[in-house]
Write a protein that binds this ligand. Structure first.
Ligand SMILES: NC(=O)c1ccc[n+]([C@@H]2O[C@H](COP(=O)([O-])OP(=O)(O)OC[C@H]3O[C@@H](n4cnc5c(N)ncnc54)[C@H](O)[C@@H]3O)[C@@H](O)[C@H]2O)c1
Length: 450
């Protein structure tokens, strides 16, 4: 075992986490829990100040857990010089796309920061940000070399794509992590570090393989969601209940994974990562038209939903420019406050442009993340507002929403999640339900539909 591996094994290594967001903060917590001394560096001073006083902005790390983590030695800082004592560096900075091209700006900058402050001894560098296949070769290693380090020698490079699923059913420790590196020494050192926080690591022979595995995972999901969304449109036209049909298909115990329709895709992964793959594919002369097409299908969903809302209102004698609309859920998925690329934002924009007055509600969205005050959500449903609104849009199935009460208090519902029960005469238009149209039931009390 190398001395660096020994330090990792006996937990005397100090871990530097670069970027303290949805990925970096839970990682810092888990490395601290595993017994490491952890320095967390972020360029955002306000975020760092909040972390120091136990004020978390990340759903998966509550304030008490953060306070405990800081008490156990986790040191959030906006001063890169504090990274100087670290033995391992884990990048969790944002990546994105600009006009279809990967934006590796933060990865490049953070890599330079590591190269500048890493001590003059063998250290481990791990990229856990999502990057395109080939980014370690083309962006990370050159940036390290330009700063005088020797990748594979005095700085061991590995790609360990993060797989966490905020608000999801799996605990961090349960999700295996792929560890890609170009040499055995680099791979084993990175595995030693991540074996301390997850039950299983999966070694692969090169960094580009790990980068590609991440692309496959998220592209697979995006393409299948596109199919569910397109199937929902077909179902509405063909008089099929898409939800029941998909549930039925989901009973097949092999060869099928269930994906459901919704108001569009959002977040920082599904709408973004497949574009790294298509960008790379075009560079290599390979067409990935299936992926391009799926991206287009998903991008068109919010405006299709907007059209359905307009039709539903009109069927009830209300013009959109006169309508009062309660929007239930602003985040991109249930039980999280992340609004990045959320389709709810697109739908709100279309409604506002059409003259509707909107009343967003989201119990999870931290008001600090809302950049446009028109979308600022109330944290709880106001019954009076719901009762007087022309329509309630059920866009996100947060556990905190009481769907029975929503059904009871609304005048008209557009349900994009197949979650709101039928109640008395409250008409419900369900996305993907070819049988619902603008239906009303004669039930006397709330019942769960399925
Ligand atoms: N959010 C997820 O569920 C998820 C899951 C898997 C992978 N990822 C990937 O992980 C990476 C991080 O995503 P995130 O959701 O945590 O982003 P985030 O925006 O929540 O957090 C990133 C943090 O990095 C900081 N930062 C930006 N530039 C920096 C720099 N040069 N040096 C130090 N800090 C810097 C930002 O201030 C921010 O606090 C992305 O590549 C993303 O695609 C995210």
């Amino acid at each position: 075992m190398s001395s660096l591996q020994n330090k990792i094994a006996d937990r005397t290594a100090t871990v530097g986490v670069i970027g303290l967001g949805y990925v970096g903060l839970p990682l810092s917590q888990h490395f601290t829990d595993a017994g490491f001394d952890v320095v967390g560096f972020d360029v955002d001073e306000e975020r760092v100040s909040r972390l120091r006083v136990g004020d978390s902005y990340v759903d998966d790390v509550d304030d008490d857990t953060l306070t405990e983590t800081v008490a156990r030695g986790f040191r959030p800082t906006a001063d890169p010089a504090k990274l100087a004592g670290c033995d391992a560096f884990v990048l969790a900075v944002p990546t994105g796309v600009e006009s279809g091209t990967p934006d590796m700006g933060a990865v490049r900058q953070a890599t330079r920061t590591v190269a500048e402050y890493a001590p003059d001894r063998d250290v481990l560098f791990v990229c856990s940000s999502t990057v395109y296949p080939g980014a370690a070769d083309e962006v990370i290693r050159p940036a390290l070399e330009n700063s005088g380090r020797i990748p594979g020698d005095d700085i061991l490079v590995s790609v360990v794509p993060e797989r966490l699923n905020p608000g999801g059913e799996y605990d961090f420790e349960e999700i295996p992590l792929v560890v890609g590196a170009d040499s055995v020494r680099e791979r084993e050192t990175a595995q030693a570090l991540f074996d301390s926080v997850v039950a299983e690591t999966v070694p692969v022979g090169e960094t580009i393989t790990a980068e590609s595995a991440k692309m496959i995972e998220n592209t697979y999901r995006m393409v299948n969601i596109a199919f569910a969304n397109q199937f929902a449109e077909f179902a509405e036209n063909a008089g099929v209940d898409a939800w029941e049909a998909i549930d039925a298909a989901g009973t097949k115990p092999f060869g099928f994974q269930k994906f459901t329709p919704g108001p569009g895709v959002g977040g920082h992964c599904i709408p973004v990562d497949p574009q790294y793959l298509t960008w790379r594919a075009k560079q290599t002369g390979t067409g990935l038209s299936l992926v391009d097409n799926a991206i287009e299908v998903n991008e068109a969903v919010p405006s299709r939903v907007f059209g359905q809302i307009k039709t539903a209102l009109s069927a009830h004698g209300t013009d959109l420019d006169d309508a009062s609309v309660v929007v239930l859920g602003m985040s991109y998925k249930p039980n999280v406050g992340d609004i990045r690329n959320s389709p709810a934002l697109d739908i709100c924009e279309l409604l506002i442009n059409a003259g509707a007055s909107i009343h967003p509600v989201d119990p999870h969205v931290d008001e600090a993340v809302i950049v446009d005050e028109r979308y600022e959500p109330a944290s709880a449903i106001d019954r009076g507002t719901l009762r007087s609104a022309d329509i309630a849009l059920f866009l996100v199935n947060h556990d905190k929403f009481d769907t029975d009460k929503i059904a009871e208090d609304s005048n008209l519902i557009f349900d994009a999640q197949n979650a709101v029960p039928e109640y008395n005469d409250t008409p419900v238009v369900r996305l993907g339900d070819g049988n619902s149209e603008v239906s009303s039931s004669s039930l006397k009390s709330p019942v769960s539909r399925r």
